[in-house]
Design a protein around this ligand. Structure first.
Ligand code: SAH
Length: 504
């Protein structure tokens, strides 16, 4: 069967959450993705591993590829019997040359579908607290190119009609041309007191909004660079009441998350939800242990095990993967009691349909010892602890002192993530980063290893360091890193709360 099809998909205005469900499905099933400059590249993470991902971006006047070549590329890829997703910023049919691409596909007999996206003129004012229509101000709304060459004799835009004939006017690609746009509007009868907003990088943490009136906006917005939307009309005044996004507690803050790639998302999503610009800089990779000998031994003696203490989500995952790989299942845990350190660990255990029998109130080893002292005489009890290769030995030692037979097994290994992202390192040096977060001692040690002590010295004073708990803080302080944000509760929500209290 011939698979050839091209989906012309609107990726939305910037916030990756603003793509449609259908658009996302097209990313997931594509053999080839051809995307533009304004597409948020984090969406590409959803592509198949083997997908061919091609950038054909346009940035201002710098075209990486001419439109004819892009058209040809799309057609050629589709002819190779491929599912092609052509991803464009905003909506594909709004100033995106999507129409031209569709016509070319039609001419070449390639089947295509259009997946609309949220266009910048609707989304970016929304994120700036400006509704594009509002009953008391306007019932008309226009989308206009601001790109038109002002020296052109014959304007495609009928300034006489739109200046006073439409309530809300939005101009795409109009940053350079703003003086001409303003001049035309005033010349054709729009009051020079009409409110105006210029919104750059709307719906992203880099969003910048400048407001004014027609007579002063050119001066006020002169530092604004593309991409920006200009919105003209009385609706702009509603921003005074409705500015919801730029007032989020962490808006404007750039925060580095140093957890492993697999574990970063929960924390990153929380911070992004609070308006932060999150840079993921994984310092840890989780891998299999050098061998499974000790873990396998532990699994073999489950029948005679009284407790398993899980100290991390990774410990839970690697324990169960190995158990299942060896042909076992959760029935092998019958009669074994389960202790979880920390709520995330407990949650992961529950995902395997297993009850957690003990969850110490504090998420450090010391608290576990206290709890066990209360709930059970550990003399002779067999405890299994699936852990990382470099875990602290305090907990097993203390449990042994209580008479327990503790078997520590290496369930996974944490290694230094291969290399740091050079662009993030530059952001640190340039003072763009506000906070670096540490969620374990390994994140501290590995962060220092990856960035290097010399580099660290250059930005140490410019950023704040945040730590999830006392052990992590101690490790940081031993490495001469001053921790100014400390979680009261040693969890990701606890750390997030401390960050908001300190800088929000
Ligand atoms: N198809 C796109 C528009 C492409 S033209 C859409 O439907 O949104 C490119 C112009 O869109 C930019 O010059 C800018 O005016 C506007 N634009 C796109 N994304 C934007 C954003 N996040 N913030 C502000 N303007 C944006």
């Amino acid at each position: 069967m011939n698979r050839s099809i091209v989906y012309l998909v609107g990726a939305g205005p910037g916030d990756p959450g603003l793509i449609t469900i259908k658009g996302m499905a097209c990313i997931k099933k594509a053999d080839v993705i051809i995307y533009d400059h304004l597409v948020n590249t984090s969406l590409l993470k959803e592509a198949k591993n083997e997908a061919d991902i091609i950038y054909v971006g346009k940035q201002g006047n710098k075209h990486t590829m001419e439109q004819e070549d892009i058209n040809r590329l799309i057609v050629n890829k589709a002819k190779e019997d491929k599912i092609v997703t052509r991803l464009k910023g905003g909506d594909p049919f709004v100033f995106g040359r999507g129409g031209e691409e569709a016509v070319f596909l039609k001419e070449n007999n390639i089947p295509f579908e259009i997946v609309p996206g949220i266009t910048a003129a609707i989304a970016t004012p929304a994120y700036a607290g400006i509704p594009v229509t509002h009953r008391s101000c306007t019932s008309t709304f226009g989308l206009i190119t601001g790109h038109e060459d002002p020296t052109k004799d014959q304007s495609e835009i009928d300034w006489g009609k739109i200046s006073t004939g439409i309530g809300t006017l939005t101009f795409y690609m109009g940053v350079k041309n703003l003086p001409n746009i303003v001049e035309q509007l005033i010349k054709h009868g729009r009051s020079k007191d009409t409110p105006v907003a210029v919104i750059r990088c709307g719906t992203t943490p880099a969003q910048q909004t400048v407001t004014g009136i027609l007579s002063n906006i050119v001066e006020k917005a002169k530092k604004i660079k593309p991409p920006a939307i200009t919105i003209v009309g009385e609706v702009v005044k509603l921003r005074d009441q409705l500015n919801w996004y730029e007032t989020k507690p962490l808006f404007g803050k750039t925060i580095i998350v140093t957890r492993s790639r697999d574990q970063a998302s929960e924390f990153s999503e929380k911070l992004i939800g609070l308006g932060a610009n999150v840079l993921e800089f994984p310092t840890i990779s989780i891998t299999n242990p050098d061998n499974f000998d000790s873990l396998d031994k532990g699994i073999k003696r489950l029948e005679s095990t009284d407790w398993i203490i899980f100290t991390s989500v990774n410990g839970v995952d690697s324990f169960f993967h190995r158990l299942f790989n060896l042909g076992g299942d959760i029935r092998d845990l019958k009669g074994v009691k389960i202790c979880a350190i920390g709520p995330a660990t407990a949650e992961r255990i529950k995902e395997f349909h297993i009850r957690v029998d003990c969850q110490p109130p504090k998420y450090v080893a010391e608290s576990v010892v206290e709890v066990f002292k209360k709930i059970e005489n550990l003399r002779g009890k067999r405890i299994l602890m699936p852990r990382a290769d470099i875990a602290r030995s305090y907990l097993p030692e203390e449990l042994q002192k209580l008479g327990a037979d503790v078997m520590e097994v290496v369930a996974y290994k944490t290694v230094v993530a291969s290399n740091g992202d050079a662009a993030i390192l530059e952001s640190l040096k340039d003072g763009v980063v506000d906070i670096v977060t540490f969620t374990s001692s390994s994140t501290v040690r590995n962060f220092v290893k990856i960035v290097g002590e010399d580099n660290l010295a250059t930005f140490k004073e410019k950023v704040k360091f945040a730590s999830i708990g006392p052990i992590t803080t101690k490790t940081a302080e031993e490495m001469d890193i001053e921790v100014s944000i400390k979680a009261d509760e040693y969890t990701i929500p606890g750390l997030t709360k401390a960050i908001v209290e300190r800088v929000g």
